[in-house]
Design a protein around this ligand. Sequence first.
Ligand code: CUA
Length: 314
Amino acid sequence: MLVALATASVAAAANGGFTPVTPESPNASHTQTAYYVILAFTSAIFLIVEGLLVAFIVKYRRRGRARTVEGAQVHGHTRLELIWTVIPVLILCVIGIVVFFELPQISSAPASPDPIHITVEGHQFYWQFDYPNKARSIGTLYVPVGAVVELNVTAQDVIHSWWVPALGGKIQAIPGHPNRFWFRAEKAGTYTGQCAELCGLYHASMTARVVAESPAAYNAYVSKTAATTLGKQEWAGVCATCHGNLGQGGYGPNIAGDSVLATRSALVGLLRNGLDTARAGAMPPVGDTWDGAQIDAIAAYVKQHVYKAAPIGG
Ligand code: CUA
C-alpha cells in the first residue's frame, strides 16, 4: 500500500515534478539525456544509502542494553574502503564523460545555411524581441518551425534569465553583456517560459511565450502583423501585467479611468521615467528605450481600448 502510494505520487509528478518537460529542441533533448544519466546514479545511491540506514537502525537497535555497554571494536577494512572509494570515482567518470559528450550539442547550434538572429531583451517585467527585418514584438516570440534560431540575449535594467524549458536551458540576460543562445523548435506549437532570475517584485509575472509556426505564417507576422498589433502587445505584455487586462488594477493601481491614458505627454513621461522609482514596487520606466513608433502604438491603443472616462457624478 505504502509502495503503491509512493510510486503513484512519483508517476503523477513525472512531468513538472522530478523530470524535465518534453524537449522540443535538440539542445533540450541533450540536456535531458544528461539529466537521466545523473538521475539513474543518484536514485540508485539514494536507495542503497537509505536502505542500509534503515537496515542498520533495525539490526543494531539498543534492545534494552545499558547505555554504557560498548559496541564491538573494529579497526579498518582495506577492501571495503577501496570499494567505496573506487566505485564513486568510476561513477563520476561516467557522469563526466556523458556530460562532456553532450555539452557541445547543447551549447552550439547545428550548422544551418540561414539561421534566424533575434535579439531578446529583458525588462522589468517583460521580454522584447527584435527580428532581422527590424520588426519588434513583446511577450511572445514568433519563429518558423524547424529553423535554427540564434538568440542574442541581453537586458535593459537588471539581470533577468531567459528560460523556455522545452526549448533548452536557461541563459542569463545581463545589461551590457550579451549572451548567445539557440534553439530549433521541432514541432509547431506554443512553448511557455518564465524569467528565471529574481529581478524585482513582479518577477513571477515575467513570463514568455514562443510560438513556432509555418515559415509563411512567420513571414506574415514579421512583415505585417508585428507592427499592426504593437500597441496591443505593449498593453498586454507590459502594462496589463501589473494593471490588469482592462486596466482595472491588480498589483498596480486601477488606471482605466486615469486621464493620463488619454493625455499623450503625461503618458510618455510616465513610460519614460516610471513613477516614484525609489520606492520598492513602484512603476518601473517600462518604455525608456521605446522608439517613436512604440510610443505612438501604446498611446493610440490605451486611448481607444483601455481608457474609460470617469462617469459624470460617479
Ligand atoms: Cu525578469 Cu525575473
